[in-house]
Design a protein around this ligand. Structure first.
Ligand code: NDP
Length: 240
C-alpha cells in the first residue's frame, strides 16, 4: 500500500507537541486516526476540530491492559490497524547525583515500557496480516548523551535498539526510528531542578517546531510497502 489515504494509524501522546502535530499532518493526508493520551479533554477537542476519521480513547502507555484496550478499540472502530506511532514520552532531566529515583522510574516506564506495550498491542495483528508499520519516536539523545540526561538518553538508546530489533525479526513489518533534535513542545515542563529547567530554556532558543517532526513521520509512512525508512534524524539547522 502506498500513501496514507484511509490507512489506520494509532498515535500515542497525541494531546500535545509532536503527537498533536502528527495528528494534524496525517489527518491532512487522509489517514484514519485513533489517538491516545491521558489528557482526554485535549484529545476530544482535537478530534472535534479535525472532524471525521478521528477517534480517541484515554491511554496510559505504562499500563499494558490500557494499551491492549486502546488497540482493540481502534480495531473495533476502523476494522484494521496499519500503523502504530509510539510517540508518548517524558523527560524530567536531572543529574544522577540528585538520586531522583521516582523520575528515573517514570522515564523508564513511559519511554521504554510504553513503547514495548505498544509493540505488544499490535504485533500479533501485524504478524497475522503480514504487514504493519511501527514508528518509534526516539531522540538525538539516542545517539549522544548530555549532562543531566543520562537516564533519558538511556531510555532513548533503548528505543533505538528495540526498534532495530523489531526490524531485524520481521520481513513483513516496517520499523522506523524518528530522532528529533530540540523541538518546542511541553516536554521537560516537569523538570524539578531549577538549574536544569533554565538550561533547557536556553537550548530551546534554537528549536524546531513540532510540524517538522510530523513531516518526517509522514515521509516514512508514505513510502511503498517495500521501502522501510529505518531512521530519520531531524535537527534545527542552527544547532551544531
Ligand atoms: P510533549 O510533552 O508535548 O508530549 C508528550 C506526550 O506524551 C503528551 O501527549 C503526553 O500526554 C504523552 N504522555 C506522557 N506520559 C504518558 C503516559 N503515561 N501515557 C500516555 N501518554 C503519555 O512532548 P513532545 O511532543 O516533545 O514529545 C513527544 C516525543 O518526542 C517524546 O517521546 C519525546 O521524548 C520525543 N522527543 C522530543 C524532543 C523535544 O525536544 N521536544 C526531542 C527528542 C525527542 P498526556 O500527558 O496527556 O498523557
Amino acid at each position: 500500500m502506498t500513501g496514507l489515504k484511509d490507512r489506520v494509524v494509532l498515535i500515542t501522546g497525541a494531546s500535545s507537541g509532536i503527537g498533536e502535530a502528527t495528528v494534524r499532518e496525517l489527518a491532512a493526508a487522509g489517514a484514519k486516526l485513533f489517538i491516545g493520551a491521558r489528557r482526554t479533554e485535549r484529545l476530544a477537542a482535537l478530534a472535534e476540530e479535525l472532524g471525521k476519521g478521528i477517534a480517541w480513547r484515554g491511554l496510559d502507555v505504562t499500563d499494558a491492559a490500557s494499551f491492549d484496550a486502546f488497540a482493540n478499540a481502534a480495531h473495533a472502530q476502523f476494522g484494521r490497524i496499519d500503523v502504530l506511532v509510539n510517540n508518548a514520552g517524558v523527560m524530567p532531566l536531572s543529574p544522577l547525583a540528585a538520586l531522583k529515583r521516582d523520575e528515573w522510574e517514570r522515564m523508564i516506564n513511559v519511554n521504554i515500557f510504553g513503547v514495548l506495550n505498544g509493540i505488544a498491542a499490535v504485533l500479533p495483528r501485524f504478524v497475522a496480516q503480514k504487514s504493519g508499520h511501527v514508528v518509534n519516536v526516539a531522540s538525538v539523545g539516542a545517539h549522544i548523551v548530555l549532562p543531566t540526561a543520562a537516564v533519558y538518553c538511556g531510555t532513548k538508546y533503548a528505543v533505538w535498539a528495540i526498534t532495530e530489533g523489531l526490524r531485524q525479526e520481521h520481513d513483513d513489518i516496517r520499523a522506523t526510528i524518528i530522532s528529533p533534535g530540540v523541538t518546542a513542545t511541553e516536554l521537560g515542563d516537569d523538570i524539578s531542578d531549577p538549574q536544569v529547567a533554565a538550561a533547557l530554556k536556553d537550548w530551546r532558543q534554537k528549536s524546531l517546531t513540532p510540524d517538522a517532526i510530523a513531516r518526517a513521520i509522514r515521509f516514512a509512512l508514505e513510502q511503498p510497502d517495500g521501502v522501510d525508512v529505518n531512521e530519520v534524524i531531524v535537527r534545527p539547522t542552527a544547532a551544531n
